[in-house]
Every structure is written in C-alpha cells, then in structure tokens.
Design a binder for this molecule. Structure first.
Ligand code: SF4
Length: 400
C-alpha cells in the first residue's frame, strides 16, 4: 500500500490550498470521504462487471472504455472485449487491425490504438504486470493522471486521487471554485484538493473512488443535480457552497468556446460486384488506423457541393497520385450519393459520397488500399458513419 496523494505531481503547496479554500470548507475536508462512502452504500452503482476486481488489466480496460462512452454501451462491449482479449499479453500479441475491429463503434479510436500500445509497453517494460505506482502508470501510453489514480486505487488500494470532468464539477460546486476549471492554476489546485479529500485508510480507496465517480455521474450531474429536485437529499446540501449561494447551475464555470469549424470532403464509394474499395487511414489522423472510403482532403465548408464531378476528377481528389486509374472500366456513370454530417468534439465534417461501379477490381500495389469482399466488411474496423452508410446501402450487416 502506498500513499501517493502528495507526489511531485501535486504542485500546489498546502499553504496555497489554504488560501484557495474558505475556512468553512476545512471541516468538510475531514468529513468528505466518510459522507461519500456512506452515500455509496445507499445509492452507489453496484454489480457492474468491472467492479470489485483487483486485476489491473480488467480495471484499466474498463476505465479506458468508460472514457467518453456511456455505461450502457460499455456494459455491452466490455465483456466482449475481455472475452476477445482476456489478458494484457493476448492484447499485446494481437494485431492493431484486430483491436481496431473489436473497438469499432465505440468512437475516439485513439483509445484503441493506445490500448494496444500500452499493452505492448506493459509486456515489454513490466513483464506483463501493471505497476502499482500511479506515477509509473501515467507514463504508459493513453493513461492520464486521473486514470492512473483510478487503476492504482481500484487494483492496488493506493491512496491516489482521481480528477475527471465529473469530479471537477462536484468539487467546483461544493467548494465554490469560481474560476474556469480549464485554467492550469485552478486545475493544479483541484488536484491538491482531491488529494486532501482522500480517506485516511487505504482499504477504503476502491469504494471511495467508485463513490466519487458515481456521485458525479448520477447525483451531482451537470444539468439536473438532485438538490434542484425534491427526489433526494444530497449529503452535501448543507455544506455545498454552490447550493448555499444559488450557483449550482453556474458552477463550474467554463471558458467560452469558439464555434466548431466545419469542413467538406468528397468520398469515393467504388464497387466491383461483391467488392468494395477501402483505404486504411493514417494512424495519426482522425479515425486513425481504421478502414474507410478513399476521401479528398478537407476544405473549409462553404455550403454543400453543388457541381457534379467527373470520375477522373474524383480519382485525382481521392486516390494517391501514384495510382493512375485511367484504365478502370466503369459500368455506369458516377452517381452522387448521400451527404453525411458527422460531429467530432471540435469540428464538424460534411462528407459527400460518390458511388461508382467498375467492371473488375484492379490491383493497386498499395497495402493501404484494398478491395474488400462484402462478406468480410463486418470484420473491418470502420468509422461509425461509414459503417452506418454501408449498412444503409445493405452492403454490410452487423455480425457478418
Ligand atoms: S448540493 Fe447539489 S450541487 Fe452541491 S453537491 Fe449536492 S447535488 Fe451537487
């Protein structure tokens, strides 16, 4: 067991924390974990397949999958992933394509690439055993400081704090932290506060950490915290500064965001009988490592494309320069397909699909450009909107 709440990562001093907190909050710091653990006994989530598990591999997979994915989806996909890759060694030995295919549909594909890279690191650097020190865990691919804290707390009972978006919201409300939480100084202070709030007994760390996650996700929610309804009595209602000062829906404050930029691109859906042309995306791009339709570079959106394209123009836009598909014999003219809008976290993309049938697949001589049989399409890791498109065109079915 370790006590890592005051590692060198917590770069605010105790004095800074005292300046940061009003005097009336200090009594709450000592009672916070007890109140939260008591709340969890009555209202926390129980029976989730990754709970009460001391296997750091299982904890790690669940923590990564739960980032940006709803619990209901994880409940369906987590058992499947664990069945497919039951140990960190089996995950490390799998190909990236196998991992991407298993992850398809969960979104935020850098998580899958990082899972695979991290598994390789654990095998190569730690002989297949996850370290219990959150500082070492944080050095692994795709594991941030909060996830490192969660793995250390759940699997090794280490006194390490977590600070995800839900926890930031809870702390900002209870302790009336009024500055935007994206600011580095505020973030540093929140980490320090999260460390101060830990239970004194290491054995309580799994329950406390789960309770903090559950409280933020189910009771002190962003839009409907329980103190604004008459359904439940929040255990912190008499201490919570946001509640006492009527600022519950105002805190935490966020920086005002600029509008997400929008982009257009053209996509080539080329078929030849029961084959469709797919291109593997570069690993560092959006949907990196997944297989998609060949696409043009993105341009700033200026309304929908109104002009029609000729097939040679489209080839020049979507296929690598080195390939010269003049010899392709089309069986029908290029057809304008649907336009699909996809919203990413920080941008929106409008994809204009162009459908083309050719007499026979030609050999491209490029490993990242492949004709894939329709029967095997379901085994490829595809971006979700492309998968939905191909399903809509009856080219792919789930489980095929
Ligand atoms: S009183 Fe409201 S805002 Fe404060 S912790 Fe409870 S649910 Fe959250």
């Amino acid at each position: 067991m370790q006590d890592l709440q005051n590692t060198n990562q917590a770069n605010s001093s105790g004095a800074a924390l005292n300046l940061f907190l009003p005097a009336m909050s200090k009594a709450l710091i000592t009672s916070f974990s007890k109140k939260l653990i008591a709340w969890h006994g009555l209202h926390g989530r129980a029976g989730l397949p990754w709970q009460n598990n001391l296997d750091p591999y299982a904890v790690w997979v669940s923590e990564i999958m739960l980032q940006q994915t709803q619990v209901a989806t994880v409940l369906e996909r987590y058992p499947r992933f664990m069945k497919r890759f039951p140990t960190v060694k089996q995950l490390a030995a799998a190909s990236m394509d196998e991992v991407m295919a298993e992850w398809a549909g969960l979104g935020y594909y850098s998580r899958a690439r990082n899972l695979h890279a991290c598994a390789v690191q654990v095998v190569e650097r730690f002989a297949g055993k996850f370290p219990n020190d959150p500082v070492l865990l944080e050095q692994l691919k795709g594991i941030g400081r909060s996830t490192a804290g969660a793995i250390a707390a759940f699997a090794f009972h280490v006194r390490a704090p977590i600070l995800d978006a839900n926890v930031k919201r809870v702390l900002a409300r209870i302790f009336a932290i009024e500055d935007p939480i994206e600011e580095k100084a505020v973030n540093d202070r929140l980490w320090n506060l999260a460390g101060e709030l830990l239970p004194s007994q290491a054995k309580d760390m799994p329950t406390y950490t789960q309770a903090l996650m559950d409280f933020g996700a189910t009771w002190c929610t962003s839009r409907g915290p329980v103190c604004l309804s008459n359904n439940h009595q929040c255990p912190f209602s008499k201490d919570c500064q946001a509640n006492l000062s009527d600022q519950v829906l105002i805190l935490p404050r966020k920086r005002i965001k600029a509008k997400s930029p929008e982009f257009n691109c053209d996509m080539l859906l080329m078929r030849s009988g029961n084959w469709v042309l797919l291109q593997k995306r570069p690993s560092k791009a959006i949907w990196g490592g997944l297989w998609s339709l060949p696409e043009s570079s993105w341009s700033a959106r200026a309304g929908a494309r109104t002009n029609d394209l000729q097939s040679q123009e489209l080839f020049a836009l979507t296929l690598p320069d080195s390939l010269a598909p003049q010899s392709l014999k089309t069986t029908e003219p290029l057809k304008r397909g649907p336009q699909i809008k996809h919203v990413f976290t920080h941008r929106r993309l409008w994809m204009q699909i162009w459908e083309l049938s050719v007499a026979k697949p030609i050999e491209w001589g490029d490993a990242d450009l492949q004709w894939v049989s329709l029967r095997q399409l379901g085994q490829y890791g595809l971006p979700q909107p492309i998968k939905v498109l191909l399903q809509g065109l009856s080219l792919i079915r789930d489980g095929v």
